[in-house]
Write a protein that binds this ligand. Structure first.
Ligand code: AMP
Ligand code: GLY
Length: 445
């Protein structure tokens, strides 16, 4: 089959890489690609949100399946338009994508479905929000309702901070229309874990557990980013917990969406807060996370194209999905200054060593320990034959091994081989899991 992937980051490179290994895929297009993707897929110079042009492209090139990476085209209704044109596409409709694009919609569904989540109230005017907040004590969380590039959530230690956050969103309009509505939520403590489920509208199959590292610096310091690293599986999260999330979160959410006439097809990304026996949903996303997807694609042992097609066709129960029990880790190499301002066009070196010119001592060590390393391009470009930086998150260095600690060592060894001026990355990806392992697995989860 011919597959079109929408997007141009590390997530999409990992999807294209996996699709390329699929026996049933003859041709891959990617709109709009990057230098890593372009080695194995045909670049299509159409923006991911130019839905009309993408429909035309898919029709005239007889594309059998389209896979959407980012949330923007989903919010813009790409799935509705493709489906209307008789084209097969993996992802939710715009109505179903509201699980991510509107936090108050997601909370309402959770409430309807009896899914455990923090108590909340939603406000369309600043005065009511202020009145609500003033009557409360202790920490609370203020969230802009719409998509705000991951910056619309403010943890407030007291009512005064919450009043500031409300003013920021609703009066100063820092997030534009995304802050027209604000929700105020009860503060939850615990450990954050993400959970993926492949959904076909009726049924779902679990697709791994992950821990993201959102803050830019080690020990979760500094401003939040799109994600600086992730690993999978999360050892603190056992099979019982997975069964609970499927039963208490995924199944009732799918049922509630169905009851509204908006069945959810695609990847449901559940952000959870776990505190002892208590699980609560923090958020839903309606697409693969980035860099979680890179870690997942390393572990996927089955045919990705067939798995996604099964979900798009409403036949997830028949999909043969296999995840390797091995551990994978993804480390993001970012531009100096990211998530603030950063320069582009800086030369990247060292990647060729990893891709074919590995020193023989490292090659032997990695082979003996059953280590696989793969670097995915995120924000890169080619200028006059030279690979250069072209975004905040530049490359995702990913490794898989039988033991998490081995994978982490290899990923850092590989990360050190790649250089560009200003390059920075977190040095503590997966540390929490490694500490958990050395403490004998004791822990609340
Ligand atoms: P969200 O986009 O809703 O997942 O929020 C972004 C981040 O804010 C989460 O990953 C959590 O770290 C934090 N957060 C969100 N909601 C809460 C909450 N109710 N209590 C504590 N932390 C939260
Ligand atoms: N890494 C988190 C996300 O993709 O939303």
């Amino acid at each position: 089959m011919k597959v079109l992937v929408i997007g141009k980051g590390g997530r999409e490179h990992s999807l294209v890489w996996r699709l390329h290994q699929s026996q049933t895929v003859q041709k891959i297009f990617c709109a709009s690609g990057n230098p890593g993707i372009d080695q194995i897929a045909q670049a299509v110079p159409i923006a991911p949100t130019d839905v009309a042009a993408l429909v035309e492209f898919a029709k005239s090139n007889a594309v059998d399946l389209t896979v959407v990476g980012p949330e923007d085209p989903l919010a813009a209704g790409i799935v509705d338009r493709f489906t209307h044109a008789g084209l097969k596409i993996f992802g939710p409709t715009a109505a179903a994508a509201q699980l991510e694009t509107s936090k108050s919609f997601a909370k309402t569904i959770m409430r309807e479905a009896g899914v455990p989540t923090a108590g909340f109230a939603a406000f369309d005017d600043a005065e009511s929000a202020r009145r609500y907040v003033k009557a409360r004590t202790g920490p609370m969380v203020v969230k802009a309702d719409g998509l705000a590039l991951g910056k619309g959530v403010v943890i407030c230690h007291d009512a005064k901070a919450a009043l500031d956050a409300i003013d920021d969103a609703m009066e100063r309009r820092r997030f534009g229309a995304a802050g027209n509505r604000v929700i105020v939520e009860e503060f939850l403590s615990g450990e954050e874990v993400s959970f993926f489920a492949l959904c076909d509208g009726e049924n779902a199959i679990p697709l791994g557990t992950f821990q993201d590292h959102k803050a830019v610096f080690d020990d979760d310091r500094g401003p939040n980013t799109g994600g600086m690293g992730a690993y999978s599986p999360v050892p603190q999260f056992g099979p019982e917990l997975e069964a609970r999330v499927m039963r208490e979160v995924v199944a009732p959410t799918l049922a509630a969406m169905n009851a509204r006439g908006n069945p959810f097809r695609g990847l449901l990304f559940v952000g959870l807060m776990i505190d002892g026996e208590r699980i609560n949903v923090l958020e839903f996303n309606v697409r693969f996370g980035d860099p979680e997807c890179e870690a997942l694609m390393m572990r996927l042992d089955s045919d990705l194209a067939q798995n996604l097609l099964a979900a798009a066709d409403g036949k997830v129960a028949n999909a043969a999905i296999r995840l390797s029990p091995r551990s994978s880790v993804a480390i993001v190499l970012a531009s100096g200054g990211y998530p603030g301002d950063y320069k582009k066009g800086i030369a990247i070196s060292g990647l060729d060593r990893l891709e074919g010119n590995l020193p023989s001592d490292i090659k032997i060590k990695w082979a003996m320990r059953r280590i696989r390393v793969k670097v995915f391009h995120a924000g890169t470009a080619m200028r006059d034959g030279q690979l250069v930086t072209d975004g905040g998150r530049v490359l995702t260095v990913t490794a898989m091994a039988p033991e998490l600690a081995t994978a982490v060592d290899a990923a850092y060894q590989a990360a050190e081989m790649i250089e560009f001026e200003g390059r920075h990355f977190r040095r503590d990806i997966a540390r929490r899991a490694l500490v958990h392992a050395t403490s004998g697995g004791a822990g609340s989860v």
